[in-house]
Write a protein that binds this ligand. Structure first.
Ligand code: NDP
Ligand code: 8X3
Length: 252
């Protein structure tokens, strides 16, 4: 029987690419995001191109009641979730702490930490009841080191790093693998969101070197998922060849 994967933040970037790659591999997919048009359009594309079943769900991961409503009441035929990709996340703003915008901080903390927790709580219970599963958290190079003005975003990804290790300890005896994938620079809508629609500033982030594509990241995810049952790839950092740390990018 085909496996079921749940991908949060499937409406763009890494989550969209992971969803397409999983569909190519024959997974039935629960895809989520807030932008109804994009999630619906992706669902149609996956169904028609890859002949898999798709359940599009549109909610905000920051809203615990919505998360529990949608994921806690999955239709019977969608309850056997094999793989959860905790991908929904964002950076908002790039300021020193003293100039920080509290609303930006709360959006990042509520999405990247609390949203991941709300989703993981519901789905880990489903996985425990069904006897196993695999949770993959999308961390970041920003969860391994910090960089100037990245303060709160980096802190949220350090939290994902800590939670990934803690979740592995809490869940491994339930036959649930927990893995973390930490990308460096990936060209997606990430910088457009960070710079609040200043697309010129966003485009500059990726000028002068070849960043990762969302598809590059999706391939690494498949490597993690396809490891033999007795192997858990606990943590991977993947960066463009032109990047050596969060702050070191060889721009020509
Ligand atoms: P995108 O902005 O392209 O995608 C982000 C996704 O997250 C969208 O689908 C968005 O959907 C979803 N999302 C954001 N906020 C919420 C919310 N409150 N509720 C539900 N869904 C939400 O960026 P990326 O693909 O680059 O980012 C994906 C993940 O990868 C993030 O966790 C990011 O931190 C991480 N990452 C990105 C890197 C990069 O360089 N791009 C590098 C390292 C990590 P919608 O707006 O429809 O809700
Ligand atoms: C996204 C990569 O370096 O902009 O997590 O924080 S970085």
């Amino acid at each position: 029987m085909s496996k079921i994967a749940l991908v949060t933040g499937a409406s763009s970037g890494i989550g969209r690419a992971i969803s397409i790659t999983l569909a190519k591999e024959g997974y039935n997919l629960i895809i989520t995001g807030r932008r109804v048009a994009l999630v619906t359009e992706l669902a149609k594309l996956l169904e028609s191109n890859y002949k898999v079943r798709v359940l599009p769900l549109c909610f905000d991961v920051r809203d615990q009641l919505q998360v529990e409503h949608y994921l806690g009441n999955l239709p019977e035929s969608w309850k056997e979730v094999d793989v959860l990709i905790n991908n929904a996340g964002l950076a908002v703003g790039l300021n020193t702490i003293d100039q920080g915008i509290v609303d930006d901080w709360e959006r990042m903390i509520d999405t990247n930490i609390k949203g991941l927790l709300y989703v993981s709580r519901v789905i880990s219970n489903i996985m425990i009841n069904r006897g196993g599963g695999h949770i993959i958290n999308i961390g970041s190079i920003a969860g391994k080191s910090v960089y100037p003005n990245g303060n709160v975003y980096c802190a949220t990804k350090h939290a994902v790093d800590a939670l990934s290790r803690a979740m592995m300890m809490d869940l491994f005896t339930h036959n649930i693998k927990v893995s973390q994938l930490c990308p460096g620079a990936v060209e997606t809508e990430f910088s457009q969101v960070r710079f609040k629609g200043d697309n010129e500033r966003a485009a500059n982030v990726y000028k002068g070197f070849k960043p990762l594509s969302a598809e590059d990241v999706a391939e690494v995810i498949m490597f993690i998922i396809n490891a033999p049952a007795h192997v858990n790839i606990a943590d991977i950092v993947v960066m463009p060849a032109a990047q050596a740390s969060a702050t070191m990018i060889d721009k020509k």
